[in-house]
Each structure stands twice: as structure tokens, then as C-alpha cells.
Design a protein around this ligand. Structure first.
Ligand SMILES: [Zn+2]
Length: 301
């Protein structure tokens, strides 16, 4: 019954019909990248001048509280899963070793290994999310799956989300219907972000800690929401699985490992797609051959 209210989000179905993760989406994401990076540099300076540290502290406190409440609830609800929950609790209680620099790169807080990269899978769980999660799990590689609400309205989608989460992956918020946030009202942005947090929490028992805006477009209001919700937003260093020429296994495997933007702390963007699934193992192995380890998102503040 609680889920029914999300169908009443007026823009949900119309925007859903316009699709997500198609060629148009890819072109826009790609086209936005250079502009986005400039904007981020300005914002970073602004954040440093203002209260980035205080904000991070607030976020930590909120996260700690949320995690405690959620863990208690989970343990009460699922006695049979208590071993698994305890393991998760142990991981989540670990001090963060990394933080997000300029809303993109992953940097060590103290002396953690800096030769790491973050894997992120957007527009999930579409068709291949659980399979991608299983492949990564078998490779012992962590990742954030950034989820859209229109994929988790059905029971099947909700099962897929649970499966990805139960395999140990971080679930991020990628909005309810994948709009460009700069084209919609504040009320609609609230629905897109906060209602998806509510829905994800109903399904997996935890609210997302991380947010990635569709097309990398954030607004002043969405950034305010991040503070209110105790979330951290991130864009990405590079990604290719939406570009012509890289929408197949071999080319994608190669470019993701040879990309000019690959470096310590790089934030790698991929999508829930068949050829990306097929390329995952080669990408992870190639990155490791180059000396990079795949960071566990649980260790990111
Ligand atoms: Zn997307």
C-alpha cells in the first residue's frame, strides 16, 4: 500500500516513457562532461571557503545514527539473517578510509592505499544488475549501483534491488525517473530524490548515502537536499559505455583500462547494460594489472 503512492508522482510515468540510458541520454551525459568539470572546480573552491568540514561531520553523524537504527531494525526483523547482518554491521562500523574530493575522485583520508578506483553502475537495476553484482562479487570488487525509481516499481525490480544489496553492494540514488534536475521544479526534485530514498528504504531497509544526478546536472536545491538528507553527491571521472564504438565488450574493456583519465581515485561510470556486464571481468582484471585496487564503497565517508 505504501508503494502505491509513488505511482501518484505526476511526472513519474511521463518521464519514464521518455526513457533512460538510451543514445540520447548518452550524448547528453557525454556532452555535459567538460562543462560539468569546470563548474565543479568553482564549487569546490566555494565549498572549501564555506563549511565543507562541518558538513562532512554532520553527514557522518547522520549516517552513524541511520546505520544504528537500520541495523537494529534489520536484526529484529530477520533473525535468520542475523549472521549476515552482523557481518554488515562490522563493515559499516569501520572508520571511513576515503572521502570524495571535488564530488568526483576518491581520496585517502590518512594513509590508506591511494592507488584505488571506484566502480559505479548507473541506471540500475534494469536487466543485468543482479548478474553484474554477482560477477563483481566473484571478483571481490565493490561498486555502487545507482538506482532509478522506475526500475523498482515492479515486484521483479524490487527483488533485483534486494539481490544486489544482499550481495553486499552499496545502493545509490539516481532519481525516480531520470530527469534533468535543472528542468523541473523544486517540488519535483524533492519527489525525485527524497521519495526514491523512501522507496529504497522500504525495500532494503537502508536509505542511500550517495546521489548521482542524471547527466551530472545538480542544482542549488538538489545540493540543499543532499545536506538535509545527509547524502553525498558525486559525478564521475570517465565512462564510455554510451559512446559509439565502445558499446561492445572488447572495445569497452580496453578503453576503461587505457583511458587518459585513469589515475588514483578515479570514479568510473558504467551502466546496467549487457555489453558492460560482459566487459566487467576484463575491466576489473585490467585495472588490477595496472596496479589499481577496486575500493569498497563502505570505506568511503
Ligand atoms: Zn543515468
Amino acid at each position: 500500500m505504501r508503494i502505491a503512492k509513488y505511482f501518484s508522482v505526476p511526472l513519474a510515468l511521463t518521464i519514464f516513457l521518455s526513457g533512460c540510458g538510451n543514445d540520447e541520454d548518452n550524448t547528453i551525459e557525454n556532452g555535459n562532461e567538460p562543462e560539468m568539470n569546470e563548474e565543479l572546480t568553482d564549487e569546490n573552491e566555494e565549498n572549501n571557503l564555506n563549511s565543507n568540514e562541518n558538513l562532512n561531520e554532520d553527514i557522518n553523524e547522520t549516517n552513524d545514527n541511520n546505520q544504528e537504527n537500520q541495523n537494529n531494525e534489520s536484526i529484529n526483523e530477520n533473525n535468520e539473517n542475523s549472521n549476515m547482518e552482523n557481518e554488515e554491521t562490522a563493515l559499516e562500523d569501520q572508520e571511513p578510509l576515503y572521502e570524495i574530493d571535488s564530488n568526483i575522485a576518491i581520496r585517502p583520508i590518512d594513509d590508506a592505499d591511494e592507488e584505488i578506483v571506484l566502480l559505479t553502475i548507473d541506471d540500475a537495476p534494469d536487466n543485468y544488475g543482479p548478474e553484474m553484482a554477482q560477477i563483481l562479487k566473484d571478483l571481490d570488487a565493490g561498486a555502487i549501483f545507482f538506482v532509478n525509481g522506475h526500475f523498482i516499481q515492479s515486484e521483479e525490480g524490487q527483488e533485483q534491488l534486494k539481490e544486489i544489496h544482499e550481495l553486499g553492494f552499496e545502493i545509490g540514488n539516481h532519481t525516480m525517473t531520470h530527469p534533468n534536475l535543472s528542468n523541473i521544479s523544486e517540488e519535483e526534485q524533492y519527489e525525485e530524490i527524497v521519495h526514491l530514498n523512501d522507496l529504497i528504504e522500504e525495500i532494503i531497509g537502508e536509505r542511500p548515502r550517495f546521489f548521482r544526478a542524471p547527466f551530472g546536472v545538480n542544482t542549488d536545491y538538489s545540493k540543499e537536499l543532499m545536506e538535509d538528507e545527509g547524502m553525498q553527491w558525486m559525478n564521475w571521472s570517465y565512462g564510455y559505455d554510451w559512446e559509439a564504438g565502445y558499446m561492445e565488450k572488447e572495445a569497452l574493456e580496453e578503453i576503461m583500462v587505457e583511458a587518459p583519465a585513469l589515475g588514483n581515485g578515479a570514479n568510473l561510470l558504467m551502466h546496467d547494460r549487457e555489453f558492460t556486464k560482459d566487459a566487467l571481468e576484463g575491466i576489473v582484471e585490467g585495472l588490477r594489472e595496472k596496479g589499481y585496487e577496486i575500493v569498497d564503497p563502505n570505506l568511503i565517508k
